[in-house]
Design a protein around this ligand. Structure first.
Ligand code: NAG
Ligand code: NAG
Ligand code: NAG
Ligand code: NAG
Length: 433
């Protein structure tokens, strides 16, 4: 008798659990099934479908094992066809659970498996892309307790492809010869002094050893209405130096993932043939000669799949709501794929198209270097660690030591004056080390 009672109790518990589980799952589905205006998906055959998103064509093919997303040529002028396979290990590394981002991702993957166009931002253009707070409160049980910046990020996380305000269409094309290394430096409108420092030191555009062409762009958003309006100064700076890229979105920490997406798109259209890209901050010291020597020493198969920096292997979200890197449990649950510190890292230019393709699928994440790691992980690429990248700085007692810096590729962080001095000292032919 007692056994029957406990059996009944167990069955009741299980059904209750299943009920709660499915009701938590069914909410976002309702949200995703909003009408997809501006999207056309036509299934051509069982293993193949096409869709159009923001005026660009994509196709999804399944070779029986994997989904391959292909960017159909011609949709961005001059952009080559790029296909990529979504790595199975990435799928498995992101747990399926009720956290919002996890649900968004797995919903996208399921759409892909069903040969349907990915849900999400398509059909919404830049002027009409905000999620409603009401919808988010239904999907995230403690949304109203999120910090204000997190709320703003999540409301705008479907907003992509911001209009470009300052462009450099000829950046990689000028005077023949292909660009070997492109410095893509995250800056903000007011950092005039940092940009000038980079131009005068490690980021100087030049042709090294007669053929190694180095080019530089600074990636900028806009100031807010509460800040002084710098747009005319920036327009002047952009004409004077030809190295500014500016998009029409507010430059802020939580918009860095958007900046990354915008940069991939730009690079795909303007610098598709660049060999390597350095992405980093404007307050780092980079040892350009050492970077170039390292890149030139790479074997071809390594050079085509490079993702190199200070690798963080098993990081996980910080749950302290006062931290700059705070991620609420109800937003993301799970470890982070390995990624490199965002202060500076290197990757192959040949991956640009695939990276851009991945950002079409992957929901934005508030921390840009974690998002970068996710994108590479989705392509099946894990970061390679290099001890020459010190994005958390080096020992206090070594910070004034030029010889230590000579062997590094990158150090974060240095003031403009420290960068000027290091650069001068490192080039000194009388340096004894
Ligand atoms: C963007 O959305 C707005 C509001 O829905 C609409 O008026 C506008 O025509 C759309 N623009 C494009 C380019 O689709
Ligand atoms: C800043 O000034 C430019 C023209 O000088 C203007 O087009 C732009 O709207 C202004 N931006 C803000 C945020 O007021
Ligand atoms: C990102 O930029 C958009 C467009 O300017 C802005 O509406 C939004 O508030 C910004 N998001 C954050 C988190 O700063
Ligand atoms: C990139 O290389 C291809 C093939 O070599 C060439 O056709 C194309 O014009 C190049 N694109 C740019 C922007 O240099």
């Amino acid at each position: 008798m007692r056994r029957i009672h406990s059996l009944i109790a167990m069955v009741l518990m299980c059904s209750l659990f299943l009920f709660i589980y499915y009701s938590s799952l069914s909410q976002p589905q309702a949200q995703f099934h909003r009408p997809l205006t501006g999207v056309s998906a036509n299934t051509i055959s069982a293993g193949h479908s096409d869709f159009v998103k923001n005026g660009e064509k994509y196709s999804i093919k399944n070779d029986g094992k994997m989904d391959v997303l292909t960017h159909v040529p011609g949709s961005i002028p001059g952009v080559p066809q790029e296909g990529f396979a979504l790595s199975a290990s990435f799928r498995e590394s992101i747990p399926q659970n009720p956290a919002y981002w996890n649900r968004l991702l797995h919903f996208q993957l399921k759409q892909m498996d069903n040969k349907q166009s990915p849900a999400g931002p398509e059909g919404r253009n830049w002027s009409n892309c905000e999620n409603s707070a009401e919808q988010l409160r239904t999907n995230i049980h403690d949304f109203s307790q999120y910090p204000e910046l997190h709320k703003i990020f999540i409301r705008g996380m479907d907003c992509r492809d911001p209009p470009i305000l300052i462009d450099q269409p000829e950046k990689c094309r000028s005077n023949g010869g292909k660009t070997f290394l492109l410095f893509a430096i995250k800056s903000t409108p007011r950092n005039f002094e940092q940009r000038q420092t980079v131009r005068e030191t490690w980021g100087r555009e030049a042709v090294y050893s007669g053929w190694v062409k180095v080019r530089t762009v600074f990636l900028l958003g806009t100031t807010t209405q509460d800040d002084p309006n710098l747009s005319r100064l920036l327009a002047f700076e952009g004409r004077l130096y030809g190295d500014l890229l500016q998009w029409n979105f507010q430059d802020s920490f939580f918009n860095l993932t958007l900046k990354e997406h915008a940069f991939y798109r730009w690079a795909l259209a303007r610098c598709p043939n660049v060999s390597f890209i350095f992405k980093g901050d404007d307050d780092v010291f980079a040892n350009t000669k050492a970077i170039l020597a390292y890149l030139q020493s790479l074997e071809p198969d390594k050079a085509s799949k490079l993702y190199l920096g200070q690798a963080l292997i098993s990081a996980s979200p910080l749950r302290d709501s006062k931290s700059k890197y705070y991620i609420p449990e109800s937003f993301y649950e799970g470890g982070y794929p390995a990624y490199t510190g965002g202060g500076g890292y290197l990757f192959s230019g040949s991956l640009i198209g695939q990276l851009y393709g991945v950002t079409v699928l992957l929901p934005f994440f508030p921390i840009d270097d974690v998002y970068t790691g996710m994108c590479f992980s989705a392509l099946g690429i894990v970061p390679e660690k290099h001890d020459g990248f010190q994005t958390f700085d080096i020992r206090e007692q070594d910070r004034a030591n030029v010889c230590v810096h000579r062997n590094l590729l990158l150090v974060h962080k240095r003031s403009p004056r420290e960068i000027m001095q290091l650069w001068r000292d490192i080039k000194n032919p009388l340096l004894l080390c």
